[in-house]
Ligand binder design. Structure first.
Ligand SMILES: [Zn+2]
Length: 413
């Protein structure tokens, strides 16, 4: 697919705002140096962002002799963004200001079996209503809502095409949500949400090629290649969780056997524990979160069973990550999402050793493996970033009929 001049302009706009959010206040000259764009291009893009009230002028920089340089900074109160993280076991929603500070949070638990689209939509609508009320922002200031849902999604039509853990097929999720939520909506999945969060705010910022390994109930790899999100031709790149790790191995929801996910996703880790110690007190049948929490606590106490489970899981994970390292030669591999956050350093250490046993020397030497440095939920941050990107994309094409985002005028119910 050919990149149009509008695509390039949009990418440049992202780059300039990303830099301003990271380094406020800053000058046009510093922005040009940091982004590699010409001063004239930066000046135009800064002008657009000022018109949108996403940034503001904040005085002048002291300069030795020469003309004083005008400084700009992100206008935190210039708008609000909402990120929705729909997972298999919970809905987590955060409302951010434009500097991407969290102003409000809401959580809804999803009980096992509670996976019908209308149930999920009900939880999302309740949580979105809650964060807007908590933060006390005017509806008009909400620039958009990014929604991350597991599985394959068509972001142009807003359809959740396939969610293996719920057996969803072609669910018109954005249309269902638009019946309850009045803001522009943007749909994508957690792989890309985590990748875009790392790209804008985390370990992939300023890196050319990064792989964001998402370890939750489901597993996948968000790919940031050449400094931008890699989606593939039909928005499904990164389904590494469903690549084969063990021939004729464990049965996966997707119908295949031996997928990476069946060994290193939360249910896979539970199975690793069950095979090692079927009656372990760490095992909370039917409760992934409780089991992973119990494992993390037991590892901290040097419990031998828990240590062995983390090591076994890291062996599988390391072999799979070594494939990614050999295939993509990334600068950084980021371990992200809730399972990685909870198992933390002990898992990271074991994974580094396991990757070193499997990967080729040259790509391995160039790759750093780290935990996500994002202190909050990376999926809702990434989802909110999609809403921010959507708002930036619509600059200069306001009159053009929107195809990527739905917007309704009715107030939220
Ligand atoms: Zn699979």
């Amino acid at each position: 697919m050919k990149r149009t001049s509008r695509d390039i302009r949009t990418a440049n706009r992202y780059e300039v705002l990303r830099q301003i959010i990271a380094e406020s206040p800053t000058s046009r000259q510093e922005l040009a140096a940091a982004t590699g764009l010409s001063l004239a291009t930066v000046a135009t893009l800064v002008g657009e962002l000022l018109d949108l009230r996403m940034i503001t002028e904040v005085g002048f920089e002291d300069s030795a002799g020469g003309r004083p340089r005008g400084l700009v900074a992100v206008n935190a109160s210039g708008g609000a963004l909402i990120g929705v993280d729909i997972a298999e076991t919970y809905v987590h929603v955060e409302l951010f200001d434009l500097a991407l500070n969290v102003l409000a949070r809401a959580d809804e638990d999803m009980r096992p079996g509670e996976s019908r689209p209308e149930q999920v939509v009900g939880h999302v609508a309740a949580a979105v209503g809650s964060v807007v009320a908590q933060a006390g922002v005017e509806a008009a200031r909400v620039l958009g809502v990014g929604v991350s849902v597991p599985g394959q999604v068509d972001r142009d039509t807003g359809i959740a095409e396939y969610a293996p853990n719920w057996d969803w097929h072609d669910v018109p999720l954005l249309d269902l949500l638009a019946e309850h939520i009045a803001y522009p909506l943007h749909l994508d999945n957690p792989l890309r949400a985590c990748a875009v969060a790392e790209l804008w705010f985390g370990a992939a910022r300023g890196r050319g090629d990064a792989v964001v390994v998402n370890l939750g109930t489901g597993v996948g790899a968000g790919l940031a290649l050449g400094g931008g999100l890699h989606r593939g031709v039909s928005n499904s790149a990164g389904e590494w969780g469903h690549t084969t790790l063990v021939l004729d191995g464990r049965l996966c929801h997707c119908g295949n056997h031996g997928c990476v996910e069946t060994y290193v996703g939360a249910p896979g880790i539970m199975q690793n524990l069950r095979e090692l110690s079927p009656r372990s007190v760490l095992l909370h049948p039917e409760d992934q979160t409780a089991t992973i929490d119990a494992l993390a606590a037991a590892v901290a106490e040097s419990d031998p069973v828990a240590l062995k489970v983390v090591r076994d899981t890291a062996r599988y994970l390391g072999a799979g990550i070594a494939d990614l390292v050999n295939l993509l030669n990334p600068e950084v591999v980021v371990l992200s999402s809730w399972v990685a956050a909870r198992l933390g350093e002990p898992l990271l250490e074991e994974v580094r050793q396991a990757v070193a046993r499997h990967a080729l020397r040259r790509p391995l030497a160039a790759t750093e493996i780290v935990l996500s440095p994002i202190p909050t939920d990376p999926v809702s941050l990434g989802a909110a970033t999609f809403a921010l990107e959507g708002a930036l994309q619509s600059v200069g094409q306001r009159a053009v009929k929107r195809t990527h985002a739905r917007s309704r005028t009715a107030p939220p119910s």
